[in-house]
Design a protein around this ligand. Sequence first.
Ligand code: BTN
Length: 218
Amino acid sequence: MKIIEFNELPSTNTYLKENHNNYSTNTVIRALKQTNGRGRFDRQWLSDDDLTFSILFKEQNANHHLIAPLAIVYALLSYNIRAQIKWPNDIYINDKKLAGILIECIYEQGKKSCDIVGIGINTSKKNNELNATFVNVDSSTLLSSIIRCYKKLLPVGNSFLLNLYRSYSSVLGLTIHYKGIDYQIINFTEDLKLILENADNTIIVSANEIDIKSSIVK
Ligand code: BTN
């Protein structure tokens, strides 16, 4: 994968959304500084001296929702850092958020033409109040390691990826409160919906139907 580095961009995801025609598949756009980083649910992604990049994938059918968090987890393991995946694809260490992933798709003539996988990882110290954490590693080396892991995971089949994802999940087995009823998280679908079960029912819930953070029964 070819890495193109910018000193400053508003957002590497936005940049690729607007300029994907100028780049080939597997291009990595990194910004040393992002001034308008975006997170899921239209939230802001604030970063200082952190690792922020997006990867462009064209006409491929890889399951980035599973691969991207796993690539980060495996890259961190090469530093002996054990992280967990908080569904759907946040990366946590000891209950504090280390990294976030924003996957966006581009459709042309009614057909998906590109996936943009945006990753932000805290590599600079964070204010304790933010409930965030950081890893004290060199950002460029971490990026190379993530890319290496990503490449290895791209050809892996969905059911194997899902098993790997399950083994690093921080929410599997937890009880959550959804629409007034308690359920246990028993599994995930391959497109990363939650499979919830209680004595009466099994239901499937997608990431935009539930806020996992406020639903976990402690
Ligand atoms: C989240 O946790 O809500 C996802 C955060 C994703 C942030 C990354 S930083 C690189 C890329 N560019 C963006 O504007 N967002 C993603």
